[in-house]
Design a protein around this ligand. Sequence first.
Ligand code: ZN
Ligand code: ZN
Length: 332
Amino acid sequence: MRALTVVEPGNVQLQERNQPEAHQGDVVIRPVVVGVCGTDLDIIDGTIDPDFVNYPIVIGHEWAGEITHGNDLLPHGSRVVVEGVVACGTCAECSRGATNRCAVYDEYGFTRDGAAMESVGAHPELVHLIGDKVTWESAALTEPSAVVLRALQRIAPEQGEQVLIVGDGTIALIAALLVRQWNPTSVTMLGARDEQRDLAARAGVDLFTTNPDDTAAGYSLIIDAAGAIVATTTALSRASRGGRIVLLGYPGQGKAAPLPVDDVINGDLLILGSFSYTRSAWADVVSLLNSGTFDPGFLVTHRFSLDEYESAIAALRKPVGARGKVLLEVGR
Ligand SMILES: [Zn+2]
Ligand SMILES: [Zn+2]
């Protein structure tokens, strides 16, 4: 089978390899759609924190597929999504539900081969059924949605928040969709590219702007999903007193934003980082998808076959026009 492999930083190849050996009790899944994101670029470029990746690695941590070798609960042909973080379930962090901080970091597409290939084995506990009405596009967005939902659940939005989202990529757009669950008064998005305006409107953004001057301090909840130092600096400066700032965008390993300490103290601000997702956040996203209350599939704007992986990477690297999620159609 074919597998999109980052052999080492700067060296991506579509390799031929044998089907992976399924461990006892595992189910086998044929990936259908695999999203790629900025983190995949970081893996490809070697700009990711080296503690979080093992080369060579098959990328693909945002995906959905069909069971080809299942069990009674997950029969052949079932449409599924698979949790990427493989938590041990027994360490102190797992015991308190913080499976994203499991003592043994192990994740598909980072430390073990991901889904940009034609067959993947997984422990049944990680595998979730998705309903017939959930599109492949929406299912492929389970992972980034779980990242956002976990961050929101941790910051616990209140009703009536004035929300500012900094960034206009997929994570930012998903944040606009999901924060609606808490009935904010307004959602403003400070983006980088005007081409994202229509996607932002569909995601429920009330005001989209690319001009930082259109946003003044006064937001009670700020979500930084941009992945740039300048964005984080802006995010920190726009909070109302008592405001909270959630950091979700990675500017790059080793980069640092200046922290206006006096303002943070005088503003009574809370700055929160949120890493990955917990098992419960993942299950919550699957429930939202299956109930039809959350349907982010319209955020997929680009589709490529596995053979066209170079075009997919190029579309990620340099956005042209409206760009939401970039999908690899592995087995469609
Ligand atoms: Zn991702
Ligand atoms: Zn653990």
